[in-house]
Design a protein around this ligand. Structure first.
Ligand SMILES: [Zn+2]
Length: 329
């Protein structure tokens, strides 16, 4: 379930999204479809806090023990007036400590799904590291809102961050992450904020107006060694492709100047005009256009699925990006 506008509603982030994207991939014969390989916990532990991972693994069983009737959901947080030096023992406090928002619940199977999703991202990354020009990782749940020790925004493990670190540990000296999801990739930004070996760039709805509300402003440009290696492009409600493309062009120029060994694209298609929880105005054919622009970088590229909630069009829009990319290669 999801809490939206004060109501309990079916989650916008639903399994049907994946079925529709996969169907579209098969319809247009985009390329071979392969299952993920198991990568274990080592690449995950390089990004995520150990106690957080234990929390994700055990949350549902602890919640069940309390005889609660619903899914595990946070309703109490360490907010601005509490420094939270202690992690509560009780699961209700613990989930508040690790949650960044209340729309996302944890239930039976959440942990297993998160593990499978990071395997998809790692499998795709490995293939590109071994010489493929580009691979699409059809990940669910998404990852870009997950920080080292926080979940929310439908994300539990940060697939793009895990993939970037894996690439760094396996020969890539510099990695760029281009986040084109409608929402700011707060988790990815936070994870790499003080590093210069992973350049994070995000195009998104202005956080003054939309989720995740508290990160993603233009003046967030990195810290310590990472100064200059975070770039944010917040855009106002009703931004269309003309505006969005200006941001993309600037981001692509920055990536080109950085000259990474690998490009990861956090691919969310919730920039679409009919998306139910977003406010940009991109049309389906715009996705084809920007796929081609990304291809012009001529970089080994991993596309990692993030959001996109106009379910009936999520297949067309996602595959349009990939097709636009492929045709321009
Ligand atoms: Zn999104």
């Amino acid at each position: 379930m999801e809490i939206f506008g004060g109501e309990i509603v079916p989650p916008f982030e639903c399994p049907k999204r994946m079925d529709i994207i996969l169907d579209r991939i098969k319809t247009v014969e985009l390329g071979p479809i392969e299952p993920p390989i198991e990568y274990g916990m080592e690449p995950v532990e390089k990004i995520h806090d150990k106690a957080y991972l234990t929390f994700l693994e055990t949350c549902w069983s602890e919640w069940e023990k309390e005889d609660f009737n619903g899914e595990a959901v946070a309703n109490c947080w360490p907010t601005r007036t509490m420094n939270a030096p202690h992690i509560p023992r009780h699961i209700e406090g613990k989930i508040g400590y690790y949650a960044l928002a209340s729309e996302t619940t944890i239930t039976k199977g959440t942990w297993e799904a998160a593990l499978a999703s990071k395997n998809v991202a790692l499998t795709a990354t490995d293939k590109v590291m071994q010489g493929e020009r580009a691979v699409f990782a059809l990940c669910r749940p998404p990852g870009h809102h997950a920080a080292a020790d926080q979940f929310g925004g439908y994300c539990f493990l940060n697939n793009a961050a895990i993939a970037a670190q894996y690439a760094r540990d396996n020969g890539a000296k510099k990695v760029a992450i281009l986040d084109v999801d409608f929402h700011h990739g707060n988790g990815t930004q936070h994870i790499f904020y003080d590093r210069d070996d992973v350049f994070f760039l995000s195009l998104h709805g202005d956080p003054m107006d939309t989720f995740p509300y508290f990160l993603g402003h233009t003046d967030e440009t990195g810290d310590k060694a990472g100064i200059g290696y975070t770039a944010n492009y917040p855009m106002p409600p009703k931004s269309d492709y003309k505006i969005w493309k200006q941001s993309l062009t600037d981001a692509l120029d920055k990536i080109k100047a950085y000259s990474p060994d690998l490009l990861l694209v956090s691919l969310g298609v919730d920039t679409f005009e009919d998306d139910p929880i977003s406010f940009f105005k991109l049309k389906s054919h715009n996705f084809t256009d920007y796929g081609a622009l990304i291809a012009d970088l001529e970089l080994p590229t991993v596309f990692i699925m993030e959001g996109g909630y106009a379910v009936e069009k999520v297949g067309i829009n996602t595959v349009n990006v990939l097709n636009g990319f492929e045709k321009a290669c």
